[in-house]
Structures are given as structure tokens and as C-alpha cells.
Write a protein that binds this ligand. Structure first.
Ligand SMILES: NC(=O)c1ccc[n+]([C@@H]2O[C@H](COP(=O)([O-])OP(=O)(O)OC[C@H]3O[C@@H](n4cnc5c(N)ncnc54)[C@H](O)[C@@H]3O)[C@@H](O)[C@H]2O)c1
Length: 382
């Protein structure tokens, strides 16, 4: 299969590696040739390291690299059977590139987009043949994270989601099919992991460290919300929340946090700037300090933090189930394979007892009188 990838940044090169590893011929194009050279040189180093560690053979490393052909012109993608676009997250720029591509590629070529937040329907609607456009949303780093959300828009051909689903399986990925809604599955359901944690800190109930310790020790999450926001980038996480909030017509459930906005304004963006909720100026120091609390027995504050965040997350998963954003199985898989949650949220809700989740949310609603804490109509019926 010939796969054309547009955009050779973080995601584009990762997707190229996945496709090449699966044996596809990959053509990689970026408006910035230097970016493509840099990404390919980084990939060469990564593959050399993997082969030195015995994770892949030297032959396989060479094979993967040889399968990826850089192109300096977009016309180099002409013979693709599948295009995956991974350029800047900007609707106008993406639409312009699609229009250019449409005149170049064959009628049969599928156009996939790796957008995190732009509606697939809106990206396809300007094209002559919108039926061939579909969301193929990889998670970062693409070669390591198994999840791929496959997202048909309203105009996508009926049989295309299954075709792309099967293809992703053959690439060794864990695909799930999602409706074309803001944030798709993962970026929608995961919002309270960050949003509720930020609220707790804004209200001076706990510090970021206390929240992180609670979520790690009581929930078994690999990272707490604040260390994860520091890793993702405070600006990136804030912008996803803003988009989801706006696209749900300002639903209070997704209201962004002022604290996060101020952090972004101050360029306290996390690991990439050396300081976010934690200070990374002394390497190794922060993580060890923050994890001291993991060895202490859990206390009431930690239980309160944990139940508040978990109730919000489970409520969100139940609402996604009610709206049939995806099958129950895909909702569970998505959170485990896309963001490493230790369990699916529906299973977790069952374990807690949905009545407990419902009463926790009711108490929060009574206290704050905020629509943010409204329950999914399905929660009380489960
Ligand atoms: N980074 C993530 O964690 C992540 C995860 C999932 C999805 N995404 C989505 O993937 C897409 C790419 O994100 P990224 O993080 O790889 O970005 P990036 O900034 O690392 O790379 C984007 C690349 O696109 C190129 N580009 C910009 N305009 C172009 C054009 N008109 N034609 C050709 N190339 C062009 C840029 O030169 C750049 O190299 C975005 O839609 C993003 O929302 C990102």
C-alpha cells in the first residue's frame, strides 16, 4: 500500500514509522523540508537505539527507513492509496491542503486527518468528494500508543470506517470508532481529569502534589493530572479544553480554568519550559520529591480528591455511553489504550457502585449550584 503523509512533525513522522513498520511504502511531505530532514534523522537514531537494545533487528531498522521517501513537493504524494494529514491544527490551512490534494490524487485515495479537535465533517464539506474523508487520530507517541480513533464525519462513505478500522488493526494498532463530536472519545472523556484537579487546587483544597499523589496511589494512574499537564504542555492542554468548551456551545462542564490560563500566559508551560506545576530545573529532583507521598497510607483528603475526580470522569463516560459516541467496549478501550488509564471508566463505575458516583455528584451540585456537576440521565438508571 502507498501511504502519503503530509506534515513530518511530531505526529507525521511517528505515523510514518508505524506505516513503514507495517510494510507500507510511505511518501512524506512537509512544507518545511528541514523539518522532514530533522525528523528522518531523529528516526534513524531512534531505530539504531532500538536495534542496539535488541528490540528490532538491524535489517528491520533499515527496512523501515528505506520504506519512507521524503518528498519536496506535494505532487510526490500523487500515487497514494491513503493520505494521512498531520499538519498544523488549523481548519483553514488543512482545508486548503485538502483542496490541493483532491486535484492530485486518484478518486479511490482515502483522505485521513489526524486532527485532535477539528470536526471531520467541517474539514470534508468543502471537497468535491467528501465521502473519502475520515478522522484517523493517533496518540502521541504514535509508534508506542496503541489507540487510533477512527472518526467518520456526516458525509463519510458508509463502508469506510470499517475499512480503516481493519487497516489500523493490520498495522498492529487498537482502533476504536467514534462519532464526530468535539474531543472525539478520549479528549472529551478525559477533560475532568485535568479540569476537576485544577478546580480543587484553585479552591485551595489541596496542592498539585497532593492531587497527583491521590490519583496515583488510590487510582493507580501512572501520572497525576498536574505532572501529566506538565508533560503535555500547559498551553496545549489549555487549548484543547478551550476548543472542547467552545465546540460544546459553552457547556459549563468543560469550562476552562483561570489558573491554567495564567500559567499559559506566564509561559510556565511544564517540562518544555523547565517550569510548570513542578520545577524541572534540577533534573530528577521534582519527580522523586513528588513521589515521597506515594509511600504514605491514604488519608481523607486524598479520598475526597480521588472520588471527586473519578465521579466526574465516570459521569462523562456514562454520558458518552448514553449518547452512543462509541460502543461500550470502545469507550473502555480508548481510555486504557490512548491515555493509559488502569481500567475502563464504565467498569470502574460498576466497581464503585453507580449510586456512589451519583451521590458524590449530587453533593457537589448541592454545594456549588453549578451545572458542571449535573449528572448524565443514564447514571441513575444503571
Ligand atoms: N502532538 C500531539 O500530541 C498530537 C496528538 C494527536 C494529534 N495531533 C494532531 O496532529 C497534527 C500535527 O500535530 P504535531 O504535533 O505533529 O505538529 P507539529 O507542529 O510537530 O508538525 C506539524 C508539521 O506540519 C507542517 N506544516 C504546516 N503547514 C503545512 C502545510 N500547509 N503543508 C505541509 N506541511 C505543513 C509544519 O512544517 C510541521 O512540520 C495536528 O492536527 C494535531 O492536532 C497532535
Amino acid at each position: 500500500m502507498n501511504v502519503g503523509i503530509i506534515g513530518s512533525g511530531t505526529m507525521g513522522i511517528g505515523i510514518a514509522q508505524v506505516a513503514a513498520t507495517a510494510g507500507c511504502h510511505v511518501s512524506l511531505y512537509d512544507a518545511n523540508d528541514i523539518q522532514t530532514e530533522k525528523s528522518l534523522s531523529d528516526l534513524r537514531k531512534t531505530l539504531a537505539k532500538l536495534s542496539a537494545k535488541g528490540k528490532i533487528s538491524a535489517e528491520k531498522a533499515d527496512e523501515v527507513l528505506n520504506q519512507i521517501k521524503p518528498c519536496t513537493e506535494i505532487s510526490g504524494l500523487r500515487n497514494s492509496d491513503l493520505m494521512i494529514e498531520a499538519i498544523i491544527e488549523n481548519k483553514e490551512i488543512k482545508t486548503k491542503v485538502f483542496a490541493e490534494l483532491e486535484n492530485l490524487i486518484s478518486q479511490e485515495c482515502i483522505i485521513g486527518t489526524n486532527t485532535s479537535s477539528i470536526s471531520i465533517t467541517s474539514l470534508s464539506s468543502e471537497l468535491k468528494n467528501p465521502e473519502r474523508v475520515i478522522g484517523i487520530h493517533f496518540f502521541n507517541p504514535a509508534p508506542l500508543m496503541p489507540l487510533v480513533e477512527v472518526i467518520p464525519g456526516l458525509l463519510t462513505a458508509e463502508q469506510l470506517p470499517q475499512k480503516v478500522y481493519d487497516l489500523m488493526k493490520s498495522w498492529g494498532k487498537t482502533p476504536v470508532i467514534s462519532k464526530d463530536i468535539p474531543g472525539f472519545i478520549v479528549n472529551r472523556i478525559a477533560r475532568p481529569f485535568y479540569g476537576e484537579a485544577l478546580r480543587i487546587v484553585e479552591e485551595n483544597i489541596a496542592t498539585p502534589e497532593q492531587v497527583d499523589v491521590a490519583m496515583r496511589t488510590l487510582g493507580g494512574f501512572r501520572m497525576g493530572p498536574f505532572e501529566l499537564m506538565d508533560l503535555i504542555g500547559i498551553d496545549v492542554n489549555f487549548s484543547v479544553t478551550q476548543t472542547v468548551y467552545k465546540d460544546y456551545f459553552y457547556d459549563p462542564k468543560y469550562k476552562p480554568s483561570l489558573l491554567q490560563q495564567r500559567m499559559a500566559e506566564a509561559k510556565l508551560l511544564g517540562r518544555k519550559t523547565g517550569k510548570g506545576f513542578y520545577d524541572y530545573s534540577e533534573p530528577g529532583n521534582t519527580k522523586d520529591k513528588a513521589r515521597i507521598g506515594d509511600k504514605q497510607p491514604p488519608n481523607d483528603l486524598q479520598r475526597l480528591i480521588f472520588m471527586r475526580i473519578m465521579s466526574m470522569l465516570i459521569n462523562e463516560a456514562v454520558e458518552a455511553k448514553r449518547l452512543k459516541i462509541a460502543t461500550d467496549e470502545d469507550l473502555e478501550l480508548a481510555m486504557q489504550k490512548g491515555v493509559n488509564y488502569p481500567k475502563g471508566l464504565l467498569a470502574w463505575g460498576k466497581e464503585f457502585g453507580y449510586e456512589t458516583i451519583s451521590s458524590t455528584l449530587q453533593n457537589l451540585f448541592d454545594e456549588y449550584q453549578d451545572e458542571r456537576y449535573r449528572q448524565s440521565p443514564l447514571l441513575r438508571k444503571l
